[in-house]
Design a protein around this ligand. Structure first.
Ligand code: BMA
Length: 322
């Protein structure tokens, strides 16, 4: 897919010196954007046909978590289906799924792959593929429970599919590091290696409790550009912020650079207040090689966007690396 993408973008606000800035019209998706929803957040988008498609986490008014397909001409105004995705069998018999949340989407070779947190005796990583965002083929879960934040690389590495993930527990996990795993066939996963761990509190406190992969990594000349979330446990609970790392192109278990300061932390009203206050949770990023648009869940309630210039951001990550 070499098609030039017209990604949604807004210039840095006058007077701002931040390397990443929020969209002035945030949130782009409100909590009640479909009739049944209580909240829509932690969602993933990709270029599709002459616009964009996405997989959205919509919790309903019984607060059941599920994923829904959606479409957009401009990447900002979205039509989200009113019915959740119904999977059909992919590379295995249908697997039970008590719930689905926090999807990611990436194009690899000939199809779109979706990963999400799949309820199978607790959270683990579900995988499906689609060609058209209408029919979704559910494949084997990647891992044993418990695991979250499964994020595929957009191409094979040394001939194998590669996925970042975050082994966890069955609750609001108070720990968590990022690992990478490989698969020859999207069914059997192994060669698990540690990529990144939490930081010492005194070095970079916003990422000292747990970290998790966010967006599908963006391939750049400097390495894989990966947006991730980092969490600090405060006296009022967890606070989720966004940082970025650059991973080695041939061996992404090698972290080349990683931000000491966060790129975006809860500060706007829709990030500070919502069903879970103080959450900025990136799940997708678009790049045209120059500009970047990140989609993130805000306060587990709505979807926001933030922008950056790719080279400025890479320079910032290198200059402010741990
Ligand atoms: C995590 C996941 C995310 C959520 C975050 C903050 O464990 O459940 O979906 O955004 O907590 O509540």
């Amino acid at each position: 897919m070499t098609k030039k993408v017209n990604i949604p973008f807004e210039e840095r606000p006058q007077g701002s010196t931040d390397v990443m800035w929020r969209y002035s019209q945030n949130p782009v998706i409100g909590r009640y954007a479909i009739p049944t929803s209580n909240s829509i957040f932690n969602s993933a988008v990709v270029p599709f046909e002459d616009g964009f498609a996405g997989v959205f986490r919509c919790d309903n008014k019984a607060v059941q978590m599920n994923i829904f397909a959606g479409f957009s001409k401009d990447g900002i105004n979205w039509d989200i289906n009113h019915e959740p995705i119904e999977m059909v069998a992919g590379n295995t018999d249908m697997i039970e799924s008590d719930y689905k949340y926090d999807p990611r989407v990436t194009w690899i070779e000939d199809r779109y792959w979706v990963t999400w947190c799949n309820g199978y005796h607790g959270p683990t990583i579900g995988i499906a593929y689609t060609f058209d965002f209408k029919t979704f083929h559910q494949c084997e879960n990647a891992f044993l429970p418990f695991n979250r934040n499964g994020v595929l690389f957009p191409e094979k590495i040394n001939g194998k599919y590669a996925m970042l993930s975050r082994p966890s527990d069955n609750g609001h996990t108070p720990f968590g590091d990022i690992y990478i795993s490989y698969s020859p066939d999207m069914k059997y996963w192994g060669e698990h290696r540690c990529v990144m761990k939490v930081t010492p509190f005194e070095l970079s406190a916003w990422q000292c409790t747990k970290i998790g992969a966010g967006s599908v990594p963006i391939k750049t000349e400097e390495g894989w550009l990966e947006f991730y979330h980092g969490v600090i446990n405060t006296c009022n609970g967890f606070r989720y912020s966004m940082g970025a790392a650059i991973l080695d192109l041939e061996d992404p278990s090698k972290v080349l650079y990683r931000t000491q300061p966060y790129l975006l932390a809860p500060a706007a009203p829709y990030e500070l207040a919502g069903d879970v206050p103080n959450v900025v949770f990136p799940c997708a990023a678009l790049s045209d090689g120059e500009k970047i648009a990140v989609y993130y869940g805000a306060a587990d309630t709505v979807v926001g966007m933030a922008f950056a210039y790719q080279q400025e951001l890479i320079d910032f990550i290198k200059e402010n690396s741990i």
